[in-house]
Design a protein around this ligand. Structure first.
Ligand SMILES: *[C@@H]1O[C@H](CO)[C@@H](O)[C@H](O)[C@H]1NC(C)=O
Ligand SMILES: *[C@@H]1O[C@H](CO)[C@@H](O)[C@H](O)[C@H]1NC(C)=O
Ligand SMILES: *[C@@H]1O[C@H](CO)[C@@H](O)[C@H](O)[C@H]1NC(C)=O
Length: 774
């Protein structure tokens, strides 16, 4: 069934959809209706994994729930009380701090040996409180986790005197400031239109935090340099890109069906931008052209690495004499980064997803004067499509699959193409649980990215990104701060810190965490990793054969302060989940390793769930060479991190803020998320073990998270089942909460305003998509 017919009948305010939308904004509906959906579903990398793992988890849950329901409710509560008196659970581990007081009711009465631990923590409510409870950051008190001695902010006493006005949120440097212009070339503003009349808009934020909103339990805003004293509502976030106004005005109509008090403020300065006929490829090209002199000329092979020390040598053929600063008229040039969004044939585009990528391009590429550029790498599944020979075929694929405004930023690829680029026999795989082809996107998602990087010498770094991720905030702030944070990190202990979830209220400051990890590494008796690892059968890259190393001088020179090793060096790999030791971890794909000597042990491996990450050109070059020359390969989520490990590249896990939907005590968060060997997220007992992954269900960032979508859709203004109920809370269960009527109630708190965060997976957004999704 095609999406457009749904949208057209979903609500009266959307009734004008069909005519305009089918023609101009989304791909041809006929092509979408034609598609055989089940095949598309199973053919795709993430869906297939989802299905595979869902079967596993479903079975587990079935067993648990069957047991859990076996006794009457009172008995189970009794169990819980007894459990706490004992202070032990069945595994003999100490119970978490959780005391059931007399008369207190348990929201999730299922408690039985083996039931997921977290199901007994009560759900948190503070996420869903609206703008009327906005307070200055200095008065903010989180519902959870609360500093010792601080009272609960609930029940809230609101002294609401009208909505504050949101203001433009600009995380880019002040390009016109004397400090900036003294150091860097001038930045020319960029425009949406050819006539240079419509500047790229700014999004809006509210100053303050909604009282009682829970804090992220994992990761930290302030550590990464992300603002935590502002929040974003849907209109401030997406209003500048078309949310909340009609097709006639050049918007996308969505959001008109939600509560919208005071939303006009976000269009006060710029007006409602008319996106009719938008061509984002052209806008990015004009922006780059106007700002060309800010960037090193890729063709000279002299690019910038504004490092505080000589740049390390690189892989064969590139920039072996990279200079510390590339100065041109005494001004520094800026390295460029590509954001490569992995699109695929068959993806059901919606107006919400269009908004998301408009925002991404505008914030990252246009508002940065071309520092970033957004591309879609479009996977064409049908190997018989003549996508290199025939421009008409390419156009047809684009017409059928990509909204017209993004056509000019698409690069098409197919698996057949990867067989051509990486020919020859890859040899023995230690395991292949997905039964996938070695050139298939499921097992080798990075092959096309490597090829993309090799054919785009103008970029220094590449973000691999996915269609079902959202950043609630300004994309420039996210990517810029992650890059800067990665650059600041020392290489000393970096692999060990990256192997562990950082829980600030539990671990203390980052310095405390660093010390703790150092202590734990010492106690484990395992040597810390610094530089390339050696293992039986290791084969060097050509650059290594030539005697070069990826380590900066400060790591190898005698007399240098060891702690400064890597400080000021751009990270080659920035992941958004821990870089865990895959060995013995119980992660399903941990031995999907190909082309290594089968009579030797598996090589050491690191992996990060979710392939969203930043990869440097030299990391991608190493992966490329290992693929084509050595015929080595590993499962998609393990390959980049492991190549960085083997060759001594700088890799970090950036602890971005992650919310959890329930009131876990912090010791339990640590016990569940750092449950692996030596208090890490890797090795035996890993949280990524198939049997432990359920712990991530209530987080805002995991491939099978249920909370991410729920929270996101509530924030968008749509009522959602709250997932609370006797079964412990599954998505689609519980009471319908939120949405227009509730947000508009005079005694309600209005629409939600959240601090910046990543959410994944977002499989659907508008309620009309739901029946399409399930
Ligand atoms: C963190 O480190 C500081 C300074 O070394 C110390 O005073 C404090 O007790 C530590 N906190 C924790 C939670 O370890
Ligand atoms: C690490 O070990 C040192 C020395 O034993 C100790 O003083 C320090 O408190 C420990 N730090 C942490 C965070 O565990
Ligand atoms: C694989 O390793 C074994 C054991 O070290 C060795 O005898 C053999 O020659 C190796 N095979 C190849 C193809 O290198």
């Amino acid at each position: 069934m095609d999406r457009l017919s749904f949208l057209s009948r979903s609500s009266s305010s959307l009734s004008s959809f069909l005519s305009v939308e089918e023609k101009f904004l989304l791909p041809r509906p006929a092509a979408q209706a034609r598609r055989f959906r089940v095949r598309a579903l199973l053919g795709h990398y993430f869906y297939r994994r989802l299905v595979l793992w869902a079967i596993g988890f479903g079975f587990l849950l079935y067993v648990l729930l069957t047991f859990g329901r076996s006794g009457p409710q009172s008995e189970r509560i009794h169990d819980l009380v007894k459990f706490n008196q004992d202070g032990k659970n069945n595994n003999g581990k100490p119970a978490a701090v959780y005391v059931l007081k007399p008369g207190e009711t348990v929201e999730t009465p299922i408690w039985h040996a083996g039931i997921p631990h977290w199901l007994r923590f009560k759900h948190l409510d503070g996420f869903f409180v609206g703008l009327k409870a906005l307070v200055p950051a200095s008065e903010y008190r989180p519902e959870h986790p609360r500093p010792a001695g601080q009272d609960s902010p609930f029940p809230l006493t609101l002294s609401y005197t009208g909505l504050p006005t949101p203001t433009p949120f600009i995380p880019q440097p002040d390009y016109t400031s004397p400090t900036y212009t003294a150091k860097y070339h001038e930045v020319q503003p960029c425009y949406l239109d050819k006539e240079n009349k419509i500047p790229a808009p700014d999004l809006y934020a509210y100053h303050g935090v909604v009282q009682g909103q829970p804090e992220p339990m994992i990761g930290s805003h302030s550590l990464l340099g992300l603002r935590n004293d502002v929040c974003f509502d849907r209109f401030g976030r997406y209003g500048p890109y078309g949310l909340g106004y009609s097709f006639d005005e050049g918007g996308v109509e969505v959001g008109l069906d939600t509560e919208n008090t005071g939303s006009e403020a976000v269009w006060a300065r710029s007006g409602k931008v008319n996106y009719d006929g938008m061509d984002w490829g052209d806008a990015q090209a004009r922006c780059y052209e106007a700002n060309k002199k800010r960037f090193a000329d890729a063709n000279t092979g002299k690019d910038t690495q504004s490092q505080s020390q000589p740049a390390p040598t690189t892989t064969a053929g590139r920039n072996t004499d990279r200079s510390f600063f590339h100065r041109e008229r005494q001004k520094l040039t800026v390295p460029r980064t590509a954001v490569v969004v992995r699109a695929y044939v068959g993806f059901q585009w919606t107006h919400h997803s269009v908004l998301n990528f408009r925002a991404m391009i505008s914030e990252l590429a246009l508002r940065s004067g071309g520092e970033y550029q957004v591309h879609f790498l479009l996977h064409v599944r049908d190997d018989n499509e003549a996508i290199w020979a025939d421009p008409l075929t390419v156009q047809r694929v684009l017409d059928d699959n990509i909204p017209p405004e993004f056509h000019s930023i698409c690069t098409l690829w197919s698996e057949e193409q990867m067989r051509l680029i990486y020919p020859g026999q890859f040899g023995h795989s230690f395991s292949n649980p997905s039964f996938g082809d070695i050139h298939g996107v499921y097992r080798s998602a990075h092959m096309p990215l490597q090829h993309f990087a090799m054919s785009h010498p103008e970029y220094e770094h590449f973000w691999n990104w996915e269609l079902d991720m959202r950043w609630l905030g300004n994309y420039y702030e996210l990517f810029d701060r992650l890059g800067k944070w990665g650059k600041k990190q020392s290489r000393v202990g970096a692999w060990e810190r990256s192997a562990k979830y950082y829980i600030p209220r539990y671990h203390g400051s980052w310095a405390n965490f660093t010390q703790l990890v150092h202590n734990e590494t010492k106690a484990s008796g395992r040597p810390a990793v610094l530089g390339p690892v050696s293992f039986p059968g290791r084969q060097p890259l050509r650059s290594e054969l030539a005697g070069k190393t990826f380590l900066p001088l400060a790591c190898t020179a005698s007399g240098a302060d060891p702690a400064s090793c890597g400080v000021g060096e751009d990270a080659d790999f920035i992941s958004l989940n821990p870089l865990f030791d895959a060995d013995n971890s119980g992660w399903l794909f941990s031995s999907d390793v190909t082309g290594y000597n089968a009579s030797l042990p598996l090589p050491p491996r690191r992996s990060a769930i979710i392939t969203a990450a930043r990869l440097s050109r030299r990391l991608l070059a190493a992966m490329h060479e290992e693929n084509w020359r050595l015929h080595h390969n590993m499962f998609s989520e393990m390959y980049p991190a492991t190549m960085a490990l083997h060759h001594g590249l700088k890799a970090v896990f950036a602890p971005h803020p992650v919310l959890i939907d329930r009131e876990w005590d912090l010791a339990s968060v640590d016990a569940a998320f750092n449950s692996g060997r030596d208090h890490t997220a890797g090795g035996r007992g890993s949280p990524f073990d198939l049997a432990n992954e359920h712990n991530h269900k209530g987080t805002s960032w995991y491939y099978h998270s249920e909370f991410a979508g729920l929270l996101w859709r509530r924030w968008l203004g749509y009522a959602q089942h709250d997932g609370r109920g006797p079964n412990g809370g599954r998505s689609g269960e519980g009471t319908l909460k939120g949405g227009k009527a509730e947000e508009m109630r005079p005694d309600g708190s209005g629409r939600m305003c959240l601090r910046s965060m990543l959410v994944h997976p977002i499989k659907w957004e508008h309620p009309s998509e739901l029946e399409d999704y399930v």
